[in-house]
Each structure stands twice: as structure tokens, then as C-alpha cells.
Ligand binder design. Structure first.
Ligand code: PLP
Length: 395
């Protein structure tokens, strides 16, 4: 068997089996049970927020946030182009239309371009932001904290308040990331905007197999989200429903996994941060690629590591690079394809996309599992450097 260093795999070194067995022994396996409320409490405490609703996925957390805002047919929602498509699809679930705004060097939404778009392309009348070209209302902005980095939320919140926009933070990749400096010091990703969505899918920093959670600045809104996520039972005994509900609640088996994972989260973050520093030392001064740092003034969970390929020297395609590294036993991946270039979004409105296509052609993610060993980190850095030297046009 050859060597294989996976990109990002789950880590079950804690009480996962014990708690899942317990949930099964008790017979509480579905959308009711003590582990669900326990996980919600752990998350609320960890994030220093009042109320958290556990749900079935990050996607459902985002969808319920848009439902709660009242995004509907004909509305517009500002979104990023360079992220996982699940951040944008819920806009379409509500029959609304996305507007794609560029990222900055953190891969997160650029507040300068966001502000320019609102100022130059829209009118703010009677508390509504109206897109001038077709008079549709822009109701919300979805900000993704890409790879555990954090967007410039202080700037984004000011713009949102100025134009009456609701802010949904997609913190699915950023559980545990927080500000350490500035006016938001101490605030966690997902707790700054009106809504914050989290994901516990298999490759996220903690996993429940599949799962997610949502918080909001208004605790009563979180209660309503929880109500909608369990089929909106106005009277659960006599099946009275006054609203359209969803089957979006997390199950107790998933939550049992989550409770164990939350116990380990601080250790997972510590390892991700330490491993990032090891990679940083190994790539220091190497001119064919560089390890992208996380935003200053934040403590990131450092979920995923990004190498920027020097495209002046290396013109090989992402496919060639990834396949060559795969052959050396190192699993890597390209950053996402731009969402506005995916078939369902052909023709969608875009605004000054420059950095997103720039980074889409250059970013390679390298192995970042919490179990990775020092030797594997060194092997990975060597494999990447050796390949890039071979591919260097100036060699
Ligand atoms: C993982 C992810 C989601 C979706 O979460 P699921 O739990 O898989 O539904 C949404 N947005 C981003 C940026 C993600 O990385």
C-alpha cells in the first residue's frame, strides 16, 4: 500500500461511540431527545450567544434564515461567487435571485465593493434598497467566512444598517473563529450578523455525520426557526399547523456525536492552528507558491489551508497539479469553481468580479485533518515543492 494523506477527515477520538450507544439504548434516535438540547446549549455557551437551534444541515440553517427574513419571489440577495454552492442555492429555494459581489484577499466578501454596489447601482427609498435596473428589492446579504477566515464584519454591518439589509453569516467553515481586536473583539463568527449558520458535515471542523445549527441576534427568532424545523406544530397533539413547516431538525443520534465533538473542539482548533504554523515555516521563502495567512485581528479555527500558486511561473492546470500530487499520495483540491459560472446561475447579476476569478485559478487546498502527523506535513510540503519545481516554466 502506498502512502495516502487525506485532505480532511473526521476525528472520533473522544466520547462519540459512548454517546451514540447511549442514544440508541434509550431509544431516542429521531428528532427528539436530550442530546439535541445538550448540543444546542454547548454551542450557545461556546459562541457566547443566547439561543441556538440544531438542524439537519448547514444548508437547512441557511434556508431557514432566508425564510425568517421573508426573502421571497422576485427579491434579490447579495452573495459571494467564490464559495461552496450551498451558500447560494437557498436564495433560489425562495424563488429569489442572487447578486454576486467580489471577495477581498481573505476570500470573503469585499465591503468596499458591497458599499459601491449599494451606492451606485441601487436606490434607498422608504427603508428599502431597490436595484435601479429592474426595481427589485434587495433584502439580505449572505456573507461566507471562507475556510475559517472571517469577513470584515464591522464594515459589512455598517453598510447593512445604512441600507436596511439583513445579514446572514455562513459560518459553516468557521466554528470557533473570533475577533481578537477592534470593535468586535471577542465576537465569534456567526454571532455578529442577524443570523449565523453552522455545518457539521463530514469534512467540517466538527461533524455529526450531517448536521447544522443556526443562531440569530433575536433569541425569539431562533425559537421560531426551531418551530419551523419541526413541521410547525401549533398544536402537536391535535395536528394543528398555522404555518408551512419543514423537516429540518437534527436527530438525537447526530446530536450525540455532536456533543462528543464539541468536547474536543478546542483541541481540534489548537491542532489546526499549530499545523498551519508548521506549514508556514516549510513554505517560507518558497517563490512558486505561498501559504495564504488568515485575517489579522482574528483568531481563526484554521479549518482549511490555502496555497496560492505563482501563475507567472506555473501554468499547469489545477487538474494536472492535483493528479500529480495524488500520484505522490497527497490529496489536495482546487478552491471552488465560481458559482456564477455554474449552469443554474448562468446570466445572474455580477458586480466587478476580479479577485474571485484571480483566486479561483490559483488556490490549492492541502491536507488539514486534525490527525495529520508532523512527518506527513513535511512530506506534503516536500511533494508540493518538488512538483512545482518540475512544473516551473523558468527552470
Ligand atoms: C459545508 C458548507 C455549507 C453547507 O453545509 P451542509 O451541512 O453540507 O449543508 C454551506 N456553505 C458553505 C460555505 C459550506 O462550506
Amino acid at each position: 500500500m502506498g502512502r495516502f494523506i487525506p485532505l480532511s477527515i473526521p476525528n472520533f477520538e473522544g466520547n462519540e461511540r459512548k454517546y451514540v450507544d447511549d442514544a440508541i439504548d434509550q431509544g431516542w434516535v429521531s428528532t427528539g431527545g436530550a442530546y439535541i438540547t445538550k448540543l444546542e446549549q454547548q454551542l450557545a455557551e461556546f459562541l457566547h450567544t443566547e439561543n441556538v437551534a440544531a438542524c439537519q444541515s448547514g444548508t437547512s440553517a441557511l434556508h431557514l434564515s432566508l425564510v425568517e427574513i421573508g426573502v421571497g419571489p422576485g427579491d434579490m440577495v447579495i452573495v459571494p461567487p467564490l464559495t461552496f454552492i450551498a451558500a447560494v442555492n437557498p436564495v433560489r429555494y425562495q424563488f429569489a435571485e442572487p447578486v454576486f459581489i467580489d471577495c477581498d484577499d481573505s476570500f470573503c466578501m469585499d465591503p468596499v465593493k458591497l458599499s459601491e454596489f449599494c451606492e451606485n447601482e441601487c436606490e434607498f427609498i422608504d427603508g428599502r434598497l431597490i436595484y435601479k435596473a429592474d426595481r427589485r428589492q434587495i433584502k439580505a446579504v449572505i456573507v461566507v467566512h471562507v475556510f475559517g477566515n472571517m469577513a470584515d464584519m464591522a464594515a459589512i454591518m455598517k453598510i447593512a444598517h445604512r441600507y436596511g439589509l439583513k445579514v446572514v453569516e455562513d459560518a459553516t467553515e468557521a466554528l470557533g473563529t473570533k475577533y481578537t481586536e477592534g470593535e468586535l473583539a471577542g465576537k465569534y463568527a456567526g454571532t455578529v450578523g442577524d443570523f449565523g449558520a453552522f455545518s457539521f458535515n463530514g469534512n467540517k471542523i466538527i461533524t455529526t455525520g450531517g448536521g447544522g445549527a443556526v443562531t440569530a441576534n433575536d433569541p425569539a427568532v431562533v425559537d421560531h426557526i426551531r418551530f419551523l424545523s419541526t413541521q410547525a406544530k401549533t398544536d402537536p397533539h391535535y395536528y394543528i399547523h398555522d404555518e408551512i413547516g419543514y423537516n429540518y431538525r437534527m436527530t438525537n443520534i447526530q446530536a450525540a456525536l455532536g456533543v462528543a465533538q464539541m468536547e474536543e473542539l478546542p483541541e481540534f482548533i489548537r491542532r489546526k492552528q499549530a499545523n498551519f504554523d508548521k506549514y508556514a515555516r516549510l513554505f517560507e521563502g518558497f517563490d512558486l507558491c505561498k501559504l495564504i495567512p488568515f485575517r489579522a485581528g482574528t483568531s481563526s479555527n484554521k479549518w482549511f489551508y490555502s496555497l496560492e500558486i505563482n501563475r507567472d511561473r506555473i501554468t499547469a492546470s489545477m487538474r494536472e497539479i492535483i493528479t500529480a500530487l495524488q500520484d505522490k499520495g497527497v490529496q489536495t483540491r482546487a478552491i471552488w469553481g465560481l458559482i456564477n459560472e455554474q449552469r443554474p446561475y448562468f446570466g445572474s447579476l455580477t458586480y466587478k468580479l476580479e479577485k474571485a476569478p484571480y483566486y479561483a485559478a490559483r488556490i490549492l487546498n492541502i491536507p488539514s485533518s486534525t490527525q495529520i502527523t508532523d512527518e506527513e506535513i513535511e512530506y506534503t510540503a516536500d511533494a508540493v515543492k518538488q512538483l512545482f519545481k518540475e512544473l516551473d516554466n523558468e527552470k
